[in-house]
Design a protein around this ligand. Structure first.
Ligand code: CMX
Length: 434
């Protein structure tokens, strides 16, 4: 799509001198210190990544290209008669920082359509996988299977030019992103709907076609648009974003990088928390015999979970210190569309009791809900009740931000990532213990 490539090319040319100057003239300026606690404790707060695609403020939450989520929903072009924007328009916005016009967004929708056909061999591989494979394992497998399509890999083998390396990375990223919703829907229908597949509808945009291929009627198309956009990016240090960036830093292509991203997202402390929330809420529901628990009853359930050594899924965050705006966006959606839903009422009671309990327990630095506390309830309400599948939805969304990041990584020539490790003896010596 020429408009987007041309715009992106101009943005890259304008941006490169800033990165070059910082490296050349200010490369020795310290961004911060690293403590032993940070080195052993998962590098919390160590400032070692640079991205302009999104920034996570601990108190305010995420901004994409400087805009809050409600602003993004407001600004991006929407399909006629829909409440949420084209997902494709977010791809344009994250890459360029410019809000596309309606015409630019619609051109991009057409471009994505041209790229979204899923190769038969991907379907064959999925069909051949063990029936009890987790949907995330299937998703990762399907993505890496397409590596042979990589234009970046081909360009590398033909002699990659550093200045234009971002172009085949952009091409791969667009190809892959266009296919991911269809692959996700294929996995869903194969695993849970007896392989009763629904054909692509070429008249529909990404969100609309995803809902159609899942077999879930409107307004699920808008739910899909909201969900993918809400989950797209959360700056660079989280497991899914960082693993994408790390893998791509070895000049691995987008297929290898996104397959790795999905593997990280599949962890219960990260993306899998959305399915864990639903599993856990179903436990309360069973215990309560479908009745809405009182605050006291819910508190007991929360304490029982904590006392059995488990975390409360959907609560806490490594960076955030307030309620996640991604939670709030979804909560507002629930108040508008599923206010009487029993599971939403459970989530609501949880919101009233969990923060106080986590504060009383005194371990979690952030007692507030994150993105995963609310998302599964919306899916359940619209009929997607196979909660093992929820992280796949997160994966489609997260691919948008991470692919935009690795396109820019190549544009700015970011080198292979290689932090340094020490031995415990060395750390003890620094601490003055030995
Ligand atoms: N329930 C119970 N205990 C929690 C907790 C929660 N929701 N959140 C944090 N804690 C505990 C930690 O397990 C840790 O305990 P230990 O000292 O015994 O190891 C302690 O509080 C301190 O942790 P922290 O510094 O507040 O949090 P971390 O940065 O280490 O971890 C996160 C962040 C998200 C992994 C953690 O809050 C958690 O496990 N939450 C539940 C799982 C979840 O919802 N994950 C999704 C996150 C959203 C995303 O995917 O981006």
């Amino acid at each position: 799509m020429q408009t987007l490539i041309d715009k992106l090319s101009k943005k890259i040319d304008e941006h490169r001198p800033r990165t070059v100057r910082l490296l050349k003239e200010y490369g020795d300026v310290e961004l911060g210190k690293v403590t032993i606690g940070q080195a052993i404790g998962g590098m919390r707060g160590v400032k070692v990544l640079v991205t302009d695609i999104s920034y996570l403020d601990p108190n305010e939450g995420i901004r994409y290209r400087g805009k809050t989520l409600p602003e993004v929903f407001e600004l991006l072009p929407k399909p006629a008669g829909k409440d949420y924007p084209y997902v494709e328009s977010l791809w344009f916005f994250l890459l360029t920082g410019d809000v596309p016009t309606q015409a630019e967004a619609e051109d991009l929708v057409e471009e994505f359509k041209k790229r979204r056909k899923i190769p038969q061999y991907v379907k064959d591989i999925l069909n051949a996988a063990p029936k009890d494979s987790h949907p995330m394992a299937l998703f990762s497998m399907a993505v890496v299977a397409m590596q042979k399509e990589s234009k970046f890999y081909k360009a590398y083998n033909e002699g990659l030019d550093k200045m234009t390396a971002w172009i085949p990375m952009y091409e791969d990223s667009t190809d892959l992103l266009a296919k991911m919703p269809g692959i996700a829907a294929y996995i869903y229908r194969m695993k849970y709907k007896n392989s009763d597949f629904i054909d692509d509808d070429m008249s529909l945009d990404m969100g609309g076609n995803f809902a159609h291929m899942m077999g879930i009627p409107v307004p699920y198309d808008d739910v899909a648009r909201m969900y993918f956009i809400t989950h797209a990016d959360h700056e660079s240090g989280n497991v899914s974003a960082h693993s994408t960036h790390l893998i791509a830093s070895a000049l691995s292509d987008a297929y290898y990088s996104i397959s790795g991203m999905l593997n990280g997202l599949a962890g219960p402390l990260h993306g899998l928390a959305n399915q864990e929330v639903l599993r856990w809420i179903q436990g309360v529901r069973e215990q309560m015999g479908n009745k809405i628990p009182t605050k006291e009853e819910m508190s007991k359930f929360v304490w029982d979970t904590l006392n059995s050594g488990q975390v409360i899924p959907g609560y806490g965050h490594a960076v955030l210190r307030k309620t996640d705006p991604r939670y709030t966006v979804q909560r507002e959606f629930c108040i508008k569309h599923l206010n009487d839903d029993i599971l939403f009422k459970y989530v609501d009671v949880l919101y009233q009791v969990v923060p106080d309990i986590l504060r009383e327990q005194g371990k979690a630095k952030n007692p507030w809900p994150n993105v995963d506390a609310q998302s599964g309830v919306i899916q359940w309400f619209y009929g997607l009740q196979e909660y093992d599948f929820y992280t796949v939805l997160f994966g489609v969304g997260r691919a948008i931000g991470t692919l935009a990041n690795i396109t820019w990584d190549r544009a700015l020539g970011y080198p292979i990532e290689r932090p340094k490790s020490l031995t415990t003896d060395m750390v003890e010596a620094v601490a003055g213990i030995k």
